[in-house]
Structure formats: structure tokens, C-alpha cells
Write a protein that binds this ligand. Structure first.
Ligand SMILES: Cc1ncc(COP(=O)(O)O)c(C=O)c1O
Length: 387
């Protein structure tokens, strides 16, 4: 049965943060969850578990670890053993624990900006220091890595490189060659890699996600990778994520950092993850086709109706990074679109250096919602241009 991603589901009358944070006349294309129902099989698995009615401590965690390993092999040819999988509630918790297990007061944590905002505060949570290196934009608008700048940013205090792969917000799916170069530099400087690969399944035609730790045993020994089914199957409120840590020493330190803080996750999250990873490849395939069509529609609409806004087509994720610097907007573009178009986007400056003048737009929604938001944005720009 084909899945109906065009269905408009009323989320404002639900507990949705995305839909209830702003006034009722605002269309929310900000926080990274999608406006689609989770796969029916996941919903059915949850219903069956809820019908049991008893929610004591537990969960089929060993089976879930095995399911995760089978899927990492099926999707990425990455060989992981169940004991190398550590369950954590969320990816943010996972990368914070990874940093806390490897860096402390005075140490540096390297990251490539602009980047997902919770990266920026993570070093401070460990008493460490953020070290930023800017991604650079080619003339096409596509972001690339300046490897010389990357290596120069590493001094003897830098302990961890926090990688975002695929990259939120710039939409790059890093190539094997790019990842190999990053990993080689980190190995040479004894910098541990913590790779946030939450968007790994959301990759469009012509691109392939490569887990950085799958590149070789030496790199695997130097990496903690944090993943989740939450973005791929739209389950973020269920909080089920995991870290792959193949080096026993890094795993021990990670478990030490976790002790007494967060647990492994929650029962319903485990049930949903198990079903998503076992039974929902078809759903994911159709979702990707829908998202890719939304991405292309967005690119065409911007080109036709808002030529002052530039966007390099995202290679993955359902997040678009719009360069509004030549759009004739006074002040912050996110504020402008919120006030003048009643569309909520993420303000680019929240993504660290290089984010000023940009907004992030979430196109994980029915086409009709995207169309309405883009019409409002185009009209607001036209009105501003006449004023
Ligand atoms: C790169 C990245 N990491 C982590 C998260 C959030 O992860 P979690 O909700 O599992 O903590 C997001 C959500 O947008 C994200 O884009």
C-alpha cells in the first residue's frame, strides 16, 4: 500500500512543540520533526505493547542491539557487534556523554560551523572549550571542508572532533574521501571522533552515507558514533538512540560518564525502534522519494519566485539552508519571515559562525504546507521590496 505523505494531520491540537510554540496563524517549518505519521507497523507494534498495560522496567534490549547490528550491516556494510552498541535516550545526550568521557577542563572540542545548535554548547557542558572551524562555500553555494584550516585548528589541547554527518544545517552528505581525510588528520593528532549520524538514512539520489567508523579498524578504535531511528521514521518524541563504540576502553569511559545520569531509554522507544528497523524499509524508501521531490520543488520555487534567496540543494536531511543575504531583508531573516510572512524558520545565527543572514527551513511536511509557506514568504519579500 503506498503511504500518503500528502495527508494534512492537525498537530496544533496535539502536544506538538513545533505547532504550538508560535501563534496559531504561524506556519511552523522550524524544529526538526516531520508532519507525517510514523509507519503503520510501528504504530501497530506500539499499540500491541500498550495493550499489555504493564510498563515495568525492561525492554528487549539485547534483541534491539542485534536488530541494530543487522541493519547497520544491511544499510552500510558496517560490521558491529551487539556488545558494541550502547543504548542512550537521545543523540544529544549521546554526544555530550562522549565529550564528557574524553575531554575536561581546558581541553578543546573541534566542530565545523555553521552547525546544529546543541553542538555549540556541548564542550562547555564538559568544562571544555569550543574550537570552531568554518565550512567554506563554493561559488555554487555547496559547502566544503578546508582541510588546511581544519588541521590548523587542532592544537595540543584538542581532544575531540564532533562531526555532523550528514551535516545539519548545510545538507552535505560527506563523501568517503572527505571522511577519510578528516579521520586521518584526527588519528595523526590523537583526536577522538564523535560522529553524530542521526540523519544517516536521509540521503538523496546519487549520494551514499558512509559511517566514518566503518572506514577501517584504526578509525573504528578512535570513534564514537551516535545514531537513532528518530529522524528517519519520525519518532523523536519516543527517545531511543544508541552509540556504537567499538574500542572497549572508549566504551568503558563512556559508560563511566553515563553512570548515574541518563538510562538506556524507554520501553516504548525500544518497541518503536525494533519495528522501524525490522519492518519499515519500504516506508523509508517512499519517504525519501517524497522528501526529494519536496527538495526539488523548493529549489524551483525559490529560483522562480525568490531569486534573492540562494540554496544549494541539500544532499540529505529534510532541512534546507537558505542564504538570504541578497534578498533585500533589513535585519534578521528569521525575524522577517516570522513577522511579515507568519512562517517560523530557524534563525541562522543560532548555528554559530557563518550562520548570519541564513535561515533553516524544514521541508519534512506535506507539499501543500510547503507551498503555502513559500507563497507567504514570496509575498512578504514582494511587499518589502515595494515599501
Ligand atoms: C544533528 C542532530 N543531532 C541530534 C539531534 C537531536 O537528537 P535527540 O533528539 O535524539 O537528542 C538533531 C535533531 O534535529 C540533529 O539534527
Amino acid at each position: 500500500m503506498p503511504f500518503n505523505f500528502d495527508e494534512i494531520i492537525d498537530r496544533r491540537s496535539s502536544d506538538s512543540e513545533k505547532w504550538n510554540y508560535y501563534d496559531a496563524d504561524v506556519l511552523p517549518l522550524w524544529v526538526a520533526d516531520m508532519d507525517f505519521r510514523a509507519p503503520e507497523r510501528v504504530i501497530r507494534a506500539l499499540q500491541e505493547r500498550v495493550a499489555h498495560g504493564v510498563f515495568g522496567y525492561g525492554g528487549c534490549k539485547q534483541r534491539l542491539r542485534e536488530t541494530i547490528c543487522a541493519r547497520l550491516w544491511r544499510m552500510y556494510g558496517w560490521e558491529v557487534k551487539p556488545e558494541e552498541v550502547v543504548l542512550v535516550p537521545g543523540v544529544i545526550a549521546g554526544f555530550n556523554l562522549a565529550i564528557q568521557s574524553a575531554a575536561g577542563a581546558g581541553d578543546g572540542v573541534l566542530m565545523q560551523t555553521p552547525v546544529y545548535a546543541p553542538f555549540l554548547g556541548a564542550p562547555r557542558n564538559a568544562g571544555a572549550r569550543r574550537v570552531e572551524v568554518r565550512l567554506i562555500q563554493a561559488d555554487s553555494g555547496r559547502y566544503e571542508i578546508d582541510f588546511d584550516a581544519f588541521e590548523s585548528a587542532i592544537d595540543e589541547t584538542v581532544r575531540v572532533f564532533l562531526l555532523c554527518s550528514p551535516h545539519n544545517p548545510v545538507g552535505r552528505v560527506w563523501t568517503k574521501e572527505e571522511l577519510e581525510r578528516l579521520a586521518e588528520i584526527c588519528l595523526r593528532h590523537r583526536v577522538m571522533i564523535c560522529s553524530d549520524e542521526i540523519h544517516s538514512d536521509l540521503v538523496f539520489s546519487g549520494r551514499r552515507h558512509v559511517p566514518i567508523a566503518s572506514l577501517g579498524p584504526e578509525i573504528a578504535r578512535n570513534a564514537i558514533t551516535v545514531l537513532s531511528p528518530s529522524k528517519s521514521y519520525n519518532l523523536p518524541g519516543l527517545y531511543c538512540s544508541f552509540a556504537v563504540i567499538q574500542n572497549p576502553e572508549l566504551r568503558r569511559r563512556f559508560l563511566d560518564a553515563r553512570r548515574g545520569t541518563v538510562g538506556e531509554g524507554n520501553l516504548l522507544g525500544f518497541v518503536a525502534a525494533e519495528s522501524a528497523y525490522r519492518e519499515c524499509d519500504n516506508w523509508l524508501g517512499e519517504l525519501l522519494a517524497y522528501l526529494e521531490a519536496n527538495r526539488d520543488y523548493l529549489a524551483e520555487t525559490l529560483r522562480r519566485d525568490m531569486p534573492g534567496i540562494k540554496m544549494a540543494r541539500p544532499e540529505g536531511t529534510y532541512l534546507a539552508w537558505l542564504d538570504c543575504r541578497a534578498a533585500g531583508i533589513d535585519g534578521l531573516p528569521g525575524e522577517f519571515f516570522l513577522k511579515q510572512a507568519r512562517v517560523a524558520l530557524n534563525e541562522g545565527k543560532g548555528f554559530g559562525s557563518g550562520g548570519e543572514g541564513f535561515v533553516r527551513l524544514n521541508f519534512g511536511c506535506p507539499r501543500a504546507t510547503l507551498t503555502q509557506a513559500l507563497e507567504r514568504m514570496a509575498t512578504a519579500l514582494q511587499v518589502a521590496a515595494k515599501a
